[in-house]
Design a protein around this ligand. Structure first.
Ligand code: V55
Ligand code: FE
Length: 489
C-alpha cells in the first residue's frame, strides 16, 4: 500500500493555494458582463505550477510544482477553457508510483533513489509559440512541446538537435515583427556551471546564431531583455553552490556582498563584442523591456534593492527582510569608458510581472503593464504606466481579489502601440473561483469590456502568450509596428 496523500499545512497550500490537481474542459464559458470584442480571435495560453503529489517536505516554494497548462480559446464571441498537466518525465514516474518522488526545488540530491536520472523539470513557467509549435518551458530543462488544440504533451525537445545546452530559458522573446526567436540557457552545461549560451532562431525555427560565455558566478538568470543590437543579460547574486546542494540545501543562496553584473551581448555578433557593467547587489525576476537610445541602453526592470526571494537564505542561513519591487530604469552608456550603470525609479507603487505590447519588445516604447500592489489587504491590481508622463492607469478587481500577469492583444495587426485589449486572469478569492477579464488597454480605470466567468479556480499561473487564430495555422505573427513609432537614432 502507498502512503496516504496529505499535503503539509503550510501557507503555500492553504486557501487560494490549495493544490487543485484538476484537468478540465469547459466549452463556451459564461460571459457575465459585456461582450467579447469583435476581432478578438485566437488563444491565450498560460502556464503555472500545481502539485501532482506532496513532496514529503514542508519547504516547498511557489515556483516549484508540476506544470499545469491552461488555454482560453476566443472565437465567434465565445471563450472555451481547457487545462492539462504537462506530462513531463517527472509527472509520469509519479503518476505510476501514485506519490511524490522529487524533493527540494531543483535539488536532485533530495529525490527518491528510484528516480535517479529522471529529470526534475516541471515545465511550469510559460507558454511559447514559435514557427508553428507550442511549448511549455522551465529554465532548468529543455522545452516540452504541447499540442495547441488538445494540450496533449508531445514530448521534450532539443529543437531538432539545435539546443546543445542542457536547458532553455522560460523567458524567451519571440519577436512578433521579425518572427525571430531569441533565447538562452544559464548553468547551460549543468547545475552549478557558469555557462551561458545565447541562441537566435529564424522565423522557420532554424538556429542562426549561438554564443557561449561565462557569467561571473553561477547565478539564477530568470529573465533577460533584448534591443535591436544587444541581448541584455543581468546577473544578480542568487548563486548556486553545489556543495550546499549536495548536502541537501537550497539550490540558490543570496550573496549580499557580491555585485550585480550586466552583460550586453551583440545580438548578431560574437563573444568578443560583449560589454560588462557593474553595481551593488540587487535582484529581480522580471524585465519589462529594453531599448537603445543612441549610445545608451535602457533596461526597465521590477528591481528589488535586496533579495527578491527571501526563502533563499545567505550561505550562513540568514533570512533577509522582504523588500518591494519597483519599476526601475537601468542605463548603460556605451560611450563611457567606465563600467558603472545608472539607475532611476520609474514608478513609486510596487509592481511585478511587467509586460508591454509585445510588438515593442526591444524597441522604444511608451506603454507598460504590470501587477501593482496598492493596498495592504493582499489584493492586487493591473496598472498601465505611460513612460512619457509617468502616469499610472489602474483597474482593481475588488477587495481581497488578485490579478495574475496580463496579456496585451493589439486591436489589429498594425494598430498603434497600446491600442488593443488586456486579458487578465482574476482570482475571486472569496468565491474560490476565477474570472478572465478583458480591459481596454488604453483605459483600464474604465473597467472591464467583458468578464468571462470560470466556475473553477485557476490556482497559479506565471506567464503565457497570445496566439492569433491565423498564426496557429501559418506559424507566423502577422504584426507590424503601428503609425508614429519612434525608432532609434
Ligand atoms: C523564477 C521563477 C521560477 C523559477 C526560478 O521568478 C525563478 C523567478 C516560475 O519558476 O524556477
Ligand atoms: Fe518569470
Amino acid at each position: 500500500m502507498t502512503q496516504p496523500i496529505r499535503f503539509p499545512e503550510i501557507q503555500l497550500y492553504s486557501g487560494w493555494g490549495e493544490p487543485m490537481r484538476t484537468e478540465c474542459t469547459i466549452d463556451a464559458l459564461e460571459i457575465v458582463q459585456g461582450e467579447i470584442p469583435a476581432g478578438l480571435e485566437g488563444t491565450l495560453y498560460r502556464n503555472g505550477a500545481d502539485r501532482q503529489y506532496p513532496s514529503g517536505r514542508d519547504d516547498d516554494i511557489f515556483i516549484d510544482g508540476e506544470g499545469m497548462f491552461h488555454m482560453f480559446r476566443f472565437g465567434g464571441g465565445q471563450v472555451d477553457y481547457k487545462c492539462r498537466w504537462v506530462r513531463t518525465a517527472r509527472f509520469e514516474v509519479q503518476e505510476q508510483a501514485r506519490r511524490g518522488l522529487f524533493g527540494r526545488y531543483r535539488n536532485t540530491f533530495t529525490n527518491d533513489p528510484s528516480v535517479q536520472g529522471v529529470h526534475m523539470g516541471t515545465a511550469n513557467t510559460t507558454a511559447m509559440f514559435h514557427a508553428g509549435h507550442l511549448y511549455a518551458l522551465k529554465e532548468d530543462d529543455l522545452p516540452y512541446e504541447v499540442d495547441p488544440d488538445t494540450l496533449a504533451t508531445i514530448g521534450r525537445t532539443d529543437m531538432q538537435g539545435q539546443i546543445g545546452a542542457t536547458r532553455f530559458t522560460a523567458h524567451p522573446k519571440v519577436d512578433p515583427i521579425s518572427n525571430e526567436l531569441l533565447g538562452f540557457a544559464y548553468q547551460a552545461r549543468g547545475d552549478g556551471t557558469k555557462d551561458i549560451a545565447y541562441y537566435l532562431f529564424d522565423k522557420d525555427g532554424r538556429k542562426i546564431k549561438e554564443i557561449w560565455f561565462e557569467m561571473p558566478y553561477a547565478a539564477c538568470v530568470h529573465d533577460f531583455a533584448v534591443t535591436d543590437e544587444w541581448i541584455v543579460l543581468p546577473f544578480f547574486p542568487l548563486i548556486t553552490d553545489m556543495d550546499a546542494v549536495k548536502a541537501g540545501g537550497s539550490f540558490f543562496q543570496w550573496h549580499p556582498d557580491e555585485e550585480t553584473v550586466i552583460a550586453l551581448v551583440p545580438r548578431y555578433g560574437d563573444a568578443e563584442g560583449i560589454r560588462w557593467f557593474r553595481g551593488p547587489a540587487t535582484s529581480a525576476g522580471h524585465m519589462m523591456n529594453a531599448y537603445r537610445d543612441g549610445s545608451k541602453i535602457h533596461l526597465d526592470v521590477c528591481l528589488y534593492e535586496g533579495n527578491c526571494f527571501p526563502f533563499f537564505t545567505t550561505p550562513s542561513g540568514e533570512t533577509t527582510e522582504p523588500v518591494p519591487p519597483f519599476l526601475t530604469r537601468i542605463t548603460m552608456d556605451l560611450s563611457r569608458n567606465d563600467d558603472a550603470f545608472g539607475k532611476r525609479r520609474l514608478c513609486n507603487v510596487p509592481s511585478e510581472m511587467p509586460r508591454t505590447d509585445d510588438r515593442y519588445q526591444g524597441r522604444p516604447y511608451r506603454q507598460g503593464y504590470m501587477i501593482v500592489y496598492r493596498s495592504a489587504d493582499g489584493s492586487s491590481s493591473i496598472g498601465r504606466i505611460d513612460q512619457e508622463t509617468g502616469a499610472l492607469d489602474v483597474w482593481s478587481p475588488g477587495p481581497g481579489d488578485t490579478v495574475q500577469e496580463c496579456q496585451f492583444v493589439p486591436r489589429t495587426p498594425d494598430s498603434p502601440e497600446g491600442d488593443g485589449w488586456l486579458l487578465v486572469p482574476v482570482g475571486r478569492v472569496s468565491k474560490v473561483r476565477s474570472d478572465l477579464v478583458i480591459l481596454d488597454a488604453q483605459n483600464l480605470a474604465a473597467g472591464p469590456v467583458a468578464t468571462v466567468k470560470l466556475p473553477v479556480r485557476v490556482r497559479s499561473t506565471f506567464h503565457g502568450t497570445w496566439v492569433p487564430a491565423d498564426t496557429l495555422k501559418t506559424g507566423l505573427y502577422p504584426y507590424s509596428l503601428g503609425a508614429g513609432t519612434a525608432q532609434p537614432s
